[in-house]
Ligand binder design. Structure first.
Ligand SMILES: *[C@@H]1O[C@H](CO)[C@@H](O)[C@H](O)[C@H]1NC(C)=O
Ligand SMILES: *[C@@H]1O[C@H](CO)[C@@H](O)[C@H](O)[C@H]1NC(C)=O
Ligand SMILES: *[C@@H]1O[C@H](CO)[C@@H](O)[C@H](O)[C@H]1NC(C)=O
Ligand SMILES: *[C@@H]1O[C@H](CO)[C@@H](O)[C@H](O)[C@H]1NC(C)=O
Length: 267
């Protein structure tokens, strides 16, 4: 009996020892494994964080950039979205060749331009010419003119967000081209036509006969538009075409700080 009992006890002890050993060994292995798992997770997290830091560094100053809203611009393209182009926008004026001129290139002028549009808030800031920028809001606008010192800011109750865009001839953009897509300065675009009869620009006092807008085929952002003018008068210097080009237009909400009017502007 006692032998019988001692065997189980021995067996118990043995089993206990064995248990301890068996438990101990996997514990060590498990500890090592979980240590390595934690180490790899830390390394992965570290890689993610440094990746994110590098990404935000590469993507420039805006740490708080809003999500981009891409849309299919192959049909139903509209200018009425949130989008902005901070820099590298261009305003290009092309003059008609004077009658009997033997120059082979028409005269062209190129200036910087920017565009900040919050369709959500019905607000647009557009650098029209080197010296004139419009701050257009839902019910009014300011014309900010830096051609004189001090800069001048004019409050205008007859101008507003929707009227300004209408005067660009881009309220209703229509696609007449049968081509699926074209390229404009190396970008894949869809070509749309605006309404030249609505064009009423402050910087060009001529009649428009064609407005062509270019939509980014990938993001649906407004990349550029050209306005063509008739030259019905005999004036020496007639504009043939004005172009605004924003190759880096981002279809996202611009930072609200861009809509803050300069200090010279007060109603
Ligand atoms: C066109 O776009 C407008 C506004 O973005 C939307 O309300 C309308 O449903 C769209 N139409 C089609 C056919 O997608
Ligand atoms: C609209 O204006 C409000 C108040 O200035 C601002 O907080 C918000 O971000 C703006 N929304 C967009 C889409 O610009
Ligand atoms: C914008 O201005 C036009 C012309 O002055 C006016 O007819 C229109 O009602 C204005 N829109 C808003 C939203 O105030
Ligand atoms: C635009 O042209 C018309 C007619 O040629 C003229 O009466 C008007 O003063 C011009 N406006 C500007 C801003 O040059």
């Amino acid at each position: 009996m006692s032998k019988n009992g001692s065997i189980p006890r021995f067996a118990d002890e043995y089993e206990d020892d064995d248990d301890v050993e068996l438990v101990d060994e996997p514990d060590l292995k498990e500890n090592l494994r979980s240590f390595f798992i934690r180490l790899s997770i830390s390394l992965i997290l570290l890689a993610c964080v440094s990746g994110a830091v590098i990404w935000s560094f590469v993507n420039g100053e805006s740490g708080t950039s809003s999500p981009e809203h891409h849309r299919d611009a192959s049909k139903n393209f509209s200018i009425f979205i949130d989008q902005y182009s901070k820099k590298e926008g261009l305003y290009i004026t092309t003059y008609s060749l004077p009658e009997g001129s033997n120059a082979d290139q028409p005269k062209q002028e190129e200036y910087q331009s920017f565009w900040f549009q919050s369709d959500t808030n019905k607000t647009l800031v557009h650098q029209i010419t080197p010296t004139v920028t419009i701050y257009a809001f839902e019910h009014h606008a300011y014309w900010y003119d830096t051609s004189s010192t001090p800069a001048k800011c004019t409050f205008d109750t007859n101008m507003n967000y929707s009227t300004y865009i209408k005067n660009l001839g881009m309220t209703n953009l229509e696609r007449h081209h049968s081509e699926y897509e074209e390229t404009h300065n190396g970008e894949k675009v869809f070509v749309y036509q605006g309404n030249p009869h609505e064009v009423l620009l402050t910087n060009v006092n001529q009649t428009a006969f064609l407005v062509t807008a270019y939509a980014d085929a990938t993001t649906g952002a407004l990349l550029a538009w050209d306005t063509y003018f008739t030259s019905e008068s005999d004036a020496s210097e007639m504009v043939f075409k004005t172009s605004y080009e924003y190759p880096h237009m981002t279809p996202a909400k611009p930072d609200p700080s861009y809509f803050v009017t300069p200090t010279e502007c007060s109603p």
